[in-house]
Design a binder for this molecule. Sequence first.
Ligand SMILES: [Zn+2]
Length: 382
Amino acid sequence: MSNADPPREAEEPVVVEIDGLLWKPCPGAEATAAEFEVARSLFIEAHREARWNQWLEAERAADLKAATAVMGQWTRAEPGFRHKTPQEVEEWLASWEAEYEAERAERERQRRARAAEYDEHRHQARLALVEQQSILKAQLAERTGLQEKTHFPGMEERRRAAKTAKLDADVAETEATIIALMDKVGDPETVVDVNGWLPSHRRELALTDFIYWRCDEVQRLRGEVDRLTAEVGAADRTQRRELRAQADRVRRRFDALRAMTPLQAKDMCPECFRPAGWHGWSTCGDPAFLGCGPCPAWPRWSARLHRLHEMLSSSQKHPEPAAVPKPQPLAVISSGKSIDEVVEELSRIRAEHPGAEVRRGSRNRWEIWPSENAALHSGLDR
Ligand SMILES: [Zn+2]
C-alpha cells in the first residue's frame, strides 16, 4: 500500500471513472488515482470474500484499515453530486423497509397458500426419487469400474461377469423405479414441504446455514489443530502416535473445509444444510471426515438410520450383563524366597484369612485361595 510513501504535492484535480462512477481527489489528498483504485478494489473484494471466509476480515484488518484511509481521500465527481443528508438517509431507509415488508408479506402469503396444498405422498416420492437417482449414479459408477477393471482389478473373470450382470439387473430395476417415481412427482422443483417451502427456497436457507456453520467450524478446528499439535510435542512416546493420528484427522478436515471454493444456493441439498455434492453412496470413504454420505432425509437411508437408532437404544435399555470377574487368589507367594520369608508371609496370610487353602500356581508360585466352603458361600465359581 503506497500510503506509506513520503507526502508529495497535490496533483491537478483529476476525474477518473471506475465501474461507471466518477471520482476526484479531495483537497489535500495524497493518494493517486491508481492507489485509490487499488484500495477500493481491495476493500470491495475483501468484503465480498468475507461472506464466504469470514475470518479474512480479521486476517486482513491492517490492509483494510490502510485501504479505508486511502479511500477517504477521494470523493464522487458527478456534476451536482452530493451526499444524502441524515434526513434523506432516514427517508430512504424507511422506504426501503416498507418495500421489504411488502415483499415479505407477499412471500408469506404465497408460502401459506403452498402449505395448504401440501401433499405428503408427493413430498415423500420426491425424496425417494432423489435417493434413487443417487443410487443409480453409484450403480453406474460401480459397473463402469468393474468393466474397466478400475474396481477390483484382480477379480477373477467369471466372478466379474456375474457381478456385472447382477449390477445390470440392479440398474434396470432402479431405472424402472425412477420412471415410476417421476410419474408421481412431476416437476420435483414444484414440490413443497409441509411448511410450503419449495426446494429452491430451502437451498437458499441451507446455503446461509452452511456459510455460518463452516466459518464457525473452521475457527473451532483451527484451535483444535493448535491444541493437538502442542499436545503431540508434550506427549510421551506411547501417547504420541494416537495424538498425532488425531491431529492428522482434524487437520485434514480443517484444510478441506477452509479450502472450499464458494458455493451457490443451487449447490446445496434442500433437505439438510450440507452441499448436495457431499451426498452419495461411494465406498471410497470420506478422507477429510466432512460427513459425506447419503442424505439423512432420504427415505431408505432414513429407515436404516432409524433401525440402527432403535438397536442402539434397546442395547442401552438392556445392557449386557457385567462379565463375572475371573477369580483371583487371596495372595501369591513367589518361588525363590527363603524359608523364613515364606513362613512369615504364610503366618500373616493365615491371620488375615483363617481356613484358606494353599495351592500350587503357575511358575512354581504358591497361591492362597479361600477354602471350598468359603468359596461356595462367597458365590465364586471356580
Ligand atoms: Zn441432504
